[in-house]
Design a protein around this ligand. Structure first.
Ligand SMILES: C[S@@+](CC[C@H](N)C(=O)[O-])C[C@H]1O[C@@H](n2cnc3c(N)ncnc32)[C@H](O)[C@@H]1O
Length: 231
């Protein structure tokens, strides 16, 4: 894993300081995955590429320095935790609705000495009640289709901040279908950036949505409504 991280981070022009922490995180992920469902990826080199380098790629596409960041539906910590390991100035909140995954994240943060990372067990639409428009950036990967995801994420972003959605390169139709949701929630698409994960032929996409104005108070709705009637 170390070797893949070294060459992959170097290819992206990112510093190598975080490699020991990422390797330990990878070990904990694969160990814990034997007794808890955390990831379908079980080969160390694939963890390096498809979890760590995929997450790290965001640092080449957006400025994270000193920003408050919420990772919505972080699961086993992706993309938020690799971002925080590689960019220690990030003030990170990891948010997931599954308590066991949040406990795993707490134990990883303890072991890596990341005492300032908040690991929160909550649904995003409920967390927005007390943390509305309080983050510079929201990030999310593999949680929901974009119209639903926008309602979970955009209310958490302050006006002037951004929501970064990690998607497949096949997401043109999904993005088109989210136009109404993005506008209704106060967003505007700022950029669509495709990238290749170093050492692989895997192409992924980052959709960058700016928070142009405040989200109307009635959003986010309860999840049942969001799901039944996406914006
Ligand atoms: C497929 S996993 C993806 C995890 C991680 N982002 C990744 O890319 O590996 C989706 C995660 O989103 C969480 N999730 C789904 N809906 C959520 C919601 N409304 N609020 C918070 N977490 C949610 C699930 O518990 C799950 O851990």
């Amino acid at each position: 894993m170390e070797q893949y991280l070294q060459s992959g981070l170097a290819a992206m022009g990112l510093p190598a300081d975080g490699i020991p922490a990422l390797c330990r995180y990878g070990e904990l992920l694969l160990e814990t995955n034997k007794v808890m469902n955390l990831t379908a990826i079980t080969e160390p080199r694939d963890v390096a590429a498809l979890h760590f380098l995929d997450s790290a790629a965001l640092l080449t596409l957006e400025d994270f320095h000193g920003k408050s960041v919420v990772d919505v539906g972080t699961g086993a910590g992706f993309p938020g935790l690799p971002l925080r390991i590689l960019e220690p100035t990030i003030r990170l909140t990891l948010l997931d609705s599954l308590g066991k995954r949040v406990q795993f994240l707490e134990s990883v943060c303890r072991e890596l000495g990341l005492t300032d990372v908040s690991c929160i067990h909550s649904r995003a639409e409920e967390f927005a009640g007390a943390h509305r428009e309080s983050y510079d950036l929201a990030v999310s990967r593999a949680v929901a289709a974009l119209p639903v995801l926008c309602e979970l994420c955009l209310p958490l972003v302050r006006p002037g901040g951004k929501f970064l959605a990690m998607k497949s390169v096949e997401s043109d139709q999904e993005l088109a279908s989210a136009g109404h949701a993005i506008a209704t929630l106060g967003g505007a698409v700022a950029a669509v950036r495709d990238y290749v994960i170093p050492g692989t032929q895997v192409r992924h996409r980052l959709i960058i949505v700016e928070k142009a104005k405040k989200t109307p108070e009635k959003y986010p709705r309860m999840f049942a409504k969001i799901k039944k009637n996406p914006l």
